[in-house]
Design a protein around this ligand. Structure first.
Ligand code: ADP
Ligand code: ADP
Length: 232
């Protein structure tokens, strides 16, 4: 089934002249798939991410995330849906500077109604999976860029979301560190996580199974990168 389904989505911004940031976009993101989104500045990438991430609602058409019609939900309901079904990874990491790595990873569980020990245990497991068990008590500014992004990835995964959305996740990383982070994305994808990555970088996009190319608010083409012999 689909983790995310967009049907004839239009998003219009009305600042004087109306701008169709998205103009008739239909897209299925299957559970367990790995999708990259590329396109020039202004092509609608951020707008698409905001819709898939339940941060915004479409002007026309439907966006269904994890079985819920996002357009029919109020702001508070979208916030709740977002907290449990979407994990975000940002170019700038967006970690809380005064919280340790472990506390940052634990944070999205705050409103999940699980007790504190269980939250910390789960956060510790995720830190282990991204190879940072020994950095649990460090503050973000005591970590390298790659380590911060691994903390951010652990945080994105802590509520076992239906989908992980990463916006230029390696934009602030050097080549070697980028490769480590992208290897982790691949590892979690292998484990069944649905990954969506927005990127300007062709080599980053090529780690996905397919690339959705946006142009002027429309899907220009979808490029499949799956090898026929891969057996997936
Ligand atoms: P990106 O770096 O991903 O291309 P942009 O710099 O185009 O993103 O946009 C960053 C954010 O600013 C977006 O989330 C978008 O909602 C907002 N934004 C972009 N263009 C405009 C605009 N013309 N007016 C108001 N907000 C905008
Ligand atoms: P990208 O992320 O690919 O750069 P965006 O989704 O940010 O593209 O923007 C797509 C189009 O929508 C652009 O023309 C942008 O200026 C416009 N836009 C985006 N967000 C806003 C906004 N909040 N208000 C007005 N126009 C916006």
């Amino acid at each position: 089934g689909s983790a995310v389904s967009l049907e004839n989505v239009r998003k219009t911004y009305q600042l004087g002249e109306p701008v169709h940031a998205l103009d008739g976009v239909s897209l299925e993101i299957e559970r367990g798939s790995y999708t990259a989104i590329m396109g020039p500045s202004g092509s609608g990438k951020s707008t698409l991410m905001n819709l898939v991430g339940c941060l915004d609602t479409p002007t026309e058409g439907t966006v269904v995330v994890d079985g819920q019609d996002v357009g029919s939900l109020g702001g508070r309901e979208r916030t709740r849906l977002r907290g449990t079904t979407v994990g975000f990874v940002f170019q700038t990491f967006n970690l809380m500077p005064r919280l340790t790595a472990l506390e940052n990873v634990a944070l999205p569980q705050l409103f999940q109604g699980i007790d504190r020990d269980e939250q910390r245990q789960r956060a510790r497991e995720l830190l282990e999976r991204v190879g940072l068990a020994d950095r649990a008590d460090h503050l973000p500014n005591e970590l390298s860029g790659g380590q911060r992004q691994r903390v951010a990835l652990a945080r994105a995964l802590v509520n076992d979301p239906a989908i992980v959305l990463a916006d230029e996740p390696s934009g602030n990383l050097d080549t070697e560190t980028e490769a480590d982070v992208l290897d982790l994305f691949a590892e979690f994808h292998e484990g069944g996580t649905t990954m969506v990555v927005v990127t300007h970088e062709r080599h980053v996009a090529e780690r996905a199974e397919r690339i959705v190319h946006l142009l002027d608010g429309r899907i220009e083409r979808i490029e499949s990168l799956e090898e026929e012999a891969s057996g997936r």
